[in-house]
Design a protein around this ligand. Structure first.
Ligand code: 5HM
Length: 313
């Protein structure tokens, strides 16, 4: 499959045609399901939808920043994704949040360890990050990870990624998951100095909620825009730049002003920080000043790739 839209179109049509209605109806709602599916994106940078509807770049970026900030705060992710995550009773903690599990699982920074492992042994089959764990089996948490593992394999100079999910909502979850996970894949490929390989996504329960069936059909009827891919990340380790982008994200989310030109990152990350600024402005009232600010920010961006997500909004 070439682009994420091509993949999504096949996923939706297969679920609509061959999905089995889950019975009894699960607590999260009636849905149709395919069992045991492996999806593949041969070009992970084709990670965002380019249909008329413009996909979900802001919420997907927000989720990536949430994961890699190490946070599991509901308040943080709610700023980008208003529905879907739930905190434990009387707290701001999303139990299944990936951040702490990725970066500090029993004091292990799993991303750091995976990179170290592949640097020491490039052929390793052990570079596995685990997200779901035994403690999640107790049935009483509001949210537990849908992702079980993320594995990284370097072959012939390409970094491939293999993600295993116990459960995936094809309409809302899948686009977000593929976005964030392939961004992590690209970050790790840059760190290792190898090329970005293929992305595989294995799912035990791949489902479409009845409430989204119409939307999935509408998606299939949409016009396809360009098949362009997201710009490539710059070469070399991107963690220093990403750290600076994380600082900027926090400031923007909390309403502080950020001068992107003064941040010591290259245009790739500057564009992403400007997207976060645009998102912040769009959350406010639509008045002339805000519209002017959006136009200014958009004009400051170096890549025209993101135009599609800003236009007409
Ligand atoms: O009952 P369960 O824990 O599987 O419900 C979680 C719902 O959120 C499912 O529909 C699941 O597929 C979706 N989900 C997703 O698609 C949740 C997460 C959060 O880990 C995710 N992708 N990353």
């Amino acid at each position: 499959r070439k682009t994420f839209d091509d993949l999504l179109r096949v996923v939706f049509s297969r679920i609509l045609r061959h999905g089995l209605q889950v019975e009894p109806i699960p607590s999260k709602g009636a849905n149709k399901e395919l069992f045991g599916v492996v999806l593949e994106l041969t070009q992970p940078r084709a990670r965002v939808s380019r249909t008329e509807n413009r996909g979900r770049i802001f919420s997907a970026l927000g989720e990536l920043f949430w994961y890699l900030s190490g946070s599991n705060s509901l308040k943080f992710i709610e700023y980008y994704i208003s529905k879907g995550y739930e905190a434990e009773e009387g707290t701001d903690i999303v139990w299944g949040g990936y951040g702490p599990r990725l970066l500090n699982k029993s004091n292990v920074n799993q991303i750091h360890e995976v990179v170290g492992l592949l640097k020491r042994n490039v052929s390793s089959r052990r570079a596995v990050i685990q997200l779901y764990d035994s403690g999640d089996l107790a049935g009483f948490y509001k949210d537990v990870p849908c992702t079980c593992t993320m594995q990284f394999i370097v072959r012939r100079g390409f970094l491939h990624m293999y993600v295993s999910m116990r459960s995936n909502d094809a309409y809302k979850g899948l686009p977000h998951d593929v976005f964030a996970f392939t961004m992590i894949q690209e970050l790790i490929a840059r760190e290792l100095g190898v090329r970005l390989g293929r992305y595989k996504h294995a799912v035990a329960s791949l489902h479409l909620y009845d409430t989204d069936l119409k939307k999935a059909e509408a998606f299939m009827a949409e016009d396809w825009q360009t098949k362009r891919m997201m710009p490539p990340m710059p070469m070399g380790s991107q963690w220093p730049s990403f750290k600076l982008a994380l600082d900027a994200e926090e400031k923007i989310r909390n309403g502080y002003s950020v001068d992107v030109d003064k941040i010591n990152v290259n245009d790739y990350w500057k564009d992403i920080i400007r997207l976060l600024q645009i998102y912040n402005v769009t959350r406010g009232t639509i008045n002339r000043d805000n519209l002017r600010r959006i136009v200014f920010l958009r004009k400051s961006m170096k890549s025209s790739f993101y135009d599609q997500y800003i236009r007409k909004k």
